[in-house]
Write a new protein. Sequence first.
Lengths: 197, 166
Amino acid sequence: MTEPRAGSRGWWTGLLRDAFGPTFWVFAAVAAVLAAATYTILGRDSFEIAMSGDLEILAGMLPRIVAAQIVAGLVWVLMPRDRVTRLLGTHRGRRGLMIATAAGIVTPGGPVSAFSFLAVMAGAGADGGILVAYITSWALLGMQRIVVWDVPFMGADFSALRFCVCLPLPLIAGWIARRCRYTHAAVGLANRADGST
Amino acid sequence: MTGPGAYLIYLAAIMLSLYAVLRRDGSAGLGLVRALEQSITLLPRMICALVAAGFMVNLIPTEIIGRLLGNEAGLTGILIGSLAGLIVPSGPVISFAIASAFAGEGASAPALVSFITAWSLFAAHRIFIFEIPLLGIPFLRLRMLSVVILPFVAGILALGVTKAFD
């Protein structure tokens, strides 16, 4: 059922070393500084309100984070990677970025569907440019967000202006991503995970 | 953050688990071990970052920033709008409420475009709930590098468009 290494002592110490590595202490220090700033600048009452608000947000988010991890883990194991890779392999080049941008605009649903689709493409070996163009397009131009939030809050004129100026941005982001050293690291995530399972 | 869409992730987790169990090839176990490993590694950092984000919201002076984003601010307004969008760690409800508050304080359209662009690209809750768990930190780093200039580009383009139509 489970892999032999899981649950062993080395497995736990490795995980905990990762969990409390240097970046953890940076995050913890930033949180402490901001907490101290809130206490000294805004006073004790504001600090307590912010703290209880934080705990509420955390309590609301933790179950969803865990659910997202389960989705990610299972998608990882279940996906027919070879087949999807072959499908994506036909859309490299500049045309690929345009298709990714168009797909981001029309993706229905909130972040769950967009990020799940992104994870599937990443697992299948889509290049960094395609991945970045897709999620940038969804974040900036996603039709659902514009209809539900942008137009009601900011007005149709402003939304149209924002849509037009943002239209080329996913292509720019994808173009930059293809030139980044980290492209392979991002796709390398797949290989690392393969090695551990 | 709220509404029926918020529950989709649970539905997805349940459906996938059921499917994996029904396959009877051990994929359910493998997937769950991987989920456990990722959760243990990431949760301490996420918790710190979310606590930090919560304090940050209170420290942002909405009125002062709104006035700084005014028409005469030009490029400075675009810069401040981008930075403000970076540090708003919340869902669309609060972000668009803040944006319209900025607009009420006289913020210019290009500065607001920068603000919303920066928020859309860097919204912390989305990064922690979805991006890091599903894609991992190397992808996050790649994406950050690729999109970091976009709020400024969007603001400058918007400035050009509004100037052209004046």
